[in-house]
Design a protein around this ligand. Structure first.
Ligand code: SME
Length: 177
């Protein structure tokens, strides 16, 4: 079975993200495996959205010193930083706050972690399980980087939060430790 990435017209972002969320649900289908679903989601997003140089996931795991940190998961783009402490960088900030962080200019974000020097702007959307208490609800973050300044706006935030809900609902997540 092959899945070509459809063309989306992001001049109407609300509509395009609606179509992307619908297509993502169809692409993932009945598959519940986290790695498989995140890998296909990263490929779909990277092919669908204009002006991206990185699209992928960081996932919480136990850290050596106790507590938790983020580790890179399935992605498209240049090889990336492997581990990020909660609260560090854009990813760790979104994970710690459990809310989306939009960075119009990465050079103006204190603590931004540069994985690809081409990145100029970034959005990180937490993957949250609505069925769990807040402190254990985080199952990952979706990170998108762009070589264009101010690439992500409020429509991208709303659209990607919708995509995040599709991903969370599609996967069988391991029980949090
Ligand atoms: N810039 C991110 C690190 C991950 S890379 O962009 C893929 C951050 O500051 O958390």
């Amino acid at each position: 079975m092959s899945h070509a990435v459809a063309r989306y017209d992001f001049s109407d972002k609300v509509r395009a993200y609606g179509e992307l969320a619908r297509d993502l649900g169809a692409l993932l289908g009945a598959e519940r495996n986290v790695v498989a679903n995140l890998a296909n989601t990263a490929a779909l997003i990277f092919g669908a959205l204009p002006d991206l140089n990185w699209a992928g996931f960081y996932l919480p795991i136990a850290s050596a010193g106790g507590g938790r940190e983020l580790i890179v998961g399935p992605f498209q783009g240049q090889p990336a930083c492997v581990r990020i402490a909660l609260g560090r960088g854009v990813c760790g900030t979104a994970a710690a706050r459990r809310s989306t962080v939009v960075v119009p200019d990465v050079t103006a974000f204190d603590g931004h972690i540069a994985c690809d020097s081409a990145s100029r702007s970034e959005i990180v959307v937490p993957l949250l399980r609505a069925d769990l208490p807040d402190d254990v609800s985080l199952v990952g973050v979706l990170d998108l980087d762009s070589p264009r300044l101010a690439r992500f706006d409020e429509d991208d935030r709303a659209g990607l939060e919708r995509v995040a809900r599709v991903i969370v609902a599609a996967c069988e997540w391991e029980r949090a430790t």
